[in-house]
Design a protein around this ligand. Structure first.
Ligand code: UN1
Length: 494
């Protein structure tokens, strides 16, 4: 069911679609298959709710976020389990996904008592100069399936605390989690119309949201392909758009690194969430002294990872989200071999026993990948890792920077000077020293350079407010006479 104007309603077409567990094929739930008519109703509801919501004091809006964060924390175990069942990631990671929403809820609730503006001196006497943050109005959110609770929370909580009203179109692979999230916000006390949920496919539902003239901002996290289409359309329509797209993140291992630590970070970052994080490591760039040792360790560890249902404590790596996803990873295994890379581990579907019921792929490691191969340049979004041999530290950094993405990167080194050089020279949105490429926290900006986005930052940190607010500069002249800026500035202060 959709959630429009505080009511759970079916799609106008009465159409539905199903959501399945990617590990077992079990049916998780049924959701409304929405089209432009449902989106229009949702946008209308959001537009009607806006006047009252924007005038609700931010600390009051924040109280609801606080309640929501408390409720999510209370139900963390249930939501986490549902998350594993609908999306596939292993339970500890699913709980982390839920925790990230608790964190963001608490953080943004705090913003309700801050929402800093600017207060600056005026050049004229008896004149007050300040700037405040205004909400945009109705904003459209389109979210991915890989962090079905965390990523929506990165958008929903700041958008709400800033005073916007929302229409949310979640990914078609994880509608049931979106419904649960909205139920929780409803229970937390969100007034009708402030957040509206429209489930369905990118076309027509997501597209209708982008097209609707009353939607002032489209905030999208997902593939580069779709992100670019949205950006072009929003440019034509004169809308604000915030994009969080792909990654081709690398861990650089220098000769002086602690190799055990680096191996742990690589395995976690490359194969955690089955490689389906925007921040996942898909390249390991090694300097000459450690290349072969690292390749051996990584291949050994990758081939020992246990695949299975994410609810089982014995599972290291869960399934991929759907058939298209495993097919794509397998295609890249073929592409890599065709390009002359050396396959060290995996390279095939995993179909033994119960695995045949789900979308499992063996953790895959390629060595001797060169920087221009497609394997080294294109986002695969699965458990496929490429090892690239660099000639030097500078070469490693150059290779890191040579892809059309710049989300996260990492350097393993025990040398503080090298670490700082990397901090200076790596072109990326997020950088880790002696830790893998995953693990962002909500109090810092999340986003990337180059093709990863369009300069906005969501996921946290004060810059998230820039996405969801508009600046309004206000001058108050209490001199009681005409004062001309830039002209009457020499007059004596009276
Ligand atoms: C994503 O993959 O879209 O740093 C989000 C991380 C998580 C968030 C990932 N905190 O991997």
């Amino acid at each position: 069911m959709n959630y429009i104007d505080g009511k759970w309603t079916p799609a106008q077409s009465a159409g539905t679609f199903e959501s399945f567990n990617p590990a077992t094929g079990e049916l998780i739930g049924v959701a409304a298959e929405s089209d432009a008519r449902d989106v229009a109703r949702a946008v209308d509801a959001a537009a009607r709710a806006f006047e009252k919501w924007r005038k609700t004091p931010a600390p009051r809006r924040a109280d609801i976020l606080h309640n929501a964060a408390d409720l999510i924390r209370e139900r963390k175990a249930q939501i986490g389990e549902l998350l594993t069942r609908e999306m596939g990631k292993v339970l500890p990671e699913a709980l982390g996904d839920v925790q990230e929403a608790v964190d963001m809820g608490m953080y943004m609730a705090g913003e309700g008592r801050r929402l800093n503006g600017l207060l600056v001196p005026s050049e004229l006497p008896s004149k007050w100069a300040m700037a405040v943050r205004d909400p945009l109005g109705v904003v459209g959110l389109i979210t991915p399936w890989n962090f079905p609770i965390a990523v929506p929370s990165w958008k929903i909580f700041p958008a709400l605390v800033c005073g916007n009203t929302l229409v949310w179109k979640p990914a078609e692979d994880t509608p049931v989690l979106a419904i649960e999230f909205v139920k929780l916000l409803e229970e937390a006390g969100l007034p009708p119309g402030v957040l509206n949920l429209v489930t369905g496919y990118g076309v027509p539902a997501g597209e209708a949201l982008v097209e609707h003239p009353a939607v002032k901002l489209v905030s999208f996290t997902g593939s580069n392909e779709v992100g670019k289409l949205i950006a072009v359309r929003c440019a034509q329509l004169g809308k604000r758009v915030s994009l969080e797209l792909g990654g081709k993140n690398a861990i650089i291992v220098l000769d002086d690194a602690d190799l055990d630590l680096a191996t742990d970070g690589i395995i976690w970052s490359a194969f955690g969430t089955s490689g389906q994080r925007c921040t996942a490591t898909s390249r390991v760039i090694v300097t000459p002294g450690v290349g072969s040792r690292m390749a051996e360790r990584i291949a050994d560890r990758a081939s020992k990872l246990r695949l299975g249902n994410g609810l089982l404590a014995t599972t290291d790596v869960g399934p991929l989200i759907n058939k298209a996803a495993v097919t794509k990873v397998h295609e890249y295994s073929g592409i890599g071999q065709g390009e002359g890379a050396a396959l060290l581990a995996g390279g095939d579907y995993a179909t033994e026993g119960d695995l045949a019921r789900g979308f499992f792929y063996k953790p895959t490691v390629f060595d001797r990948v060169t920087p221009n191969m497609r394997l080294a340049q294109e986002e695969i979004f699965g458990p496929s890792l490429s090892i690239i041999r660099a000639a030097s530290v500078d070469d490693a950094i150059r290779i890191n920077n040579s892809v059309n993405f710049g989300l996260s990167a990492s350097v393993y080194t025990e040398n503080v000077n090298k670490a700082f050089e990397a901090m200076r020279d790596i072109a990326t949105g997020i950088l880790y020293i002696n830790a893998g490429t995953i693990g962002s926290e909500v109090q810092l900006p999340f986003g990337g350079t180059r093709g990863t986005g369009n300069g906005h930052r969501e996921g946290g940190g004060p810059p998230v407010l820039e996405v969801f607010t508009e600046w309004k500069s206000i001058y108050v002249d209490y001199s009681g006479r005409l004062q001309r800026a830039q002209i009457d500035t020499d007059e004596l202060v009276k």
